[in-house]
Design a protein around this ligand. Structure first.
Ligand code: NI
Length: 258
């Protein structure tokens, strides 16, 4: 069930059977010369909806604005400050918590969301620890669709080191599967590839300011050979990610530790 396609009595009925909700988190930012600006939102939402088909979970509205300041050097990028995103996540959770939701599963498509989301979760938990939260305790979990080992096996098998960090062939493969009419396959050559050390130090989109980022990565790709991403790969990645996320969501509802 999709929250914005439901009526309030349907949500009330859902809450009699489940206290879980899945929240896709994406971004609105450049994805190289051939990637859609909504790539991260499209990928997160697509995997979340496929996962909901398996689990019956309610899917909330996609958070399509993110912390993406490092991409503001590219036209079309819209960024929230990290502090704004933290507040948005807190308000989103507390609104639904008021109605009885307790388990908030963030299905993520953008590295820059990870740190602010974890800060927001700690703010929510702090309210509970300090006795400032009314109602049942809330629990939050964030998983990026590429976190699952099965998904990483596919990315490694298909692209190896050319997967890179941004405008990845795997994420573009998903958008090319979902929106073939607007997401054309490209002929771009490979960009300079990244060292494992660079990827480790800059994980979670830990980049500096926008001018420096554009100077370092002039076409917007961060070590990713986007052209390798084919629509048929996207179909496989969506299916595998949805199955893995469904398993993880069930464990989350059951109270299993990450
Ligand atoms: Ni992306």
């Amino acid at each position: 069930m999709v929250l914005h396609h439901a009526t309030w009595p349907e949500v009330e009925a859902y809450l009699k059977n489940s206290t879980g909700v899945v929240i896709p988190t994406g971004s609105t930012e450049q994805h190289g010369p051939t990637g859609l600006i909504g790539t991260d939102s499209i990928t997160a939402e697509t995997v979340a909806l496929a996962m909901a088909d398996i689990t019956g979970a309610l899917v909330g509205p996609t958070l399509s604005l993110s912390q993406a300041q490092f991409n503001l050097g590219f036209p079309g990028t819209v960024s929230l400050r990290p502090s704004t995103l933290i507040q948005v996540i807190i308000d989103y959770v507390q609104s639904l918590a008021r109605h009885g939701f307790e388990h908030f599963y963030f299905l993520n498509g953008h590295g820059g969301n990870i740190s602010p989301a974890h800060c927001a979760f700690q703010e929510l938990y702090a309210d509970q620890s300090l006795g400032l939260h009314r109602g049942a305790a809330v629990q939050c979990r964030l998983r990026s669709w590429w976190d699952f080992s099965e998904v990483n096996e596919i990315r490694q098998r298909l692209y190896g080191v050319a997967e890179g960090m941004h405008a990845t062939p795997s994420e573009l493969a998903i958008t090319r599967h979902v929106l073939p009419a607007v997401s054309c396959v490209d002929n771009l050559p490979a960009p300079p590839l990244l060292s494992a050390d660079f990827i480790k130090r800059h994980g979670g989109d830990n980049h500096e300011h926008a001018a420096a980022h554009r100077a370092q990565f002039p076409d917007g790709r961060v070590g990713s050979h986007s052209a390798l991403g084919r629509p048929e790969h996207g179909a496989e990645i969506i299916a595998v990610a949805a199955r893995a996320a469904a398993r993880d969501y069930a464990a989350f509802l059951a109270g299993a530790e990450a």
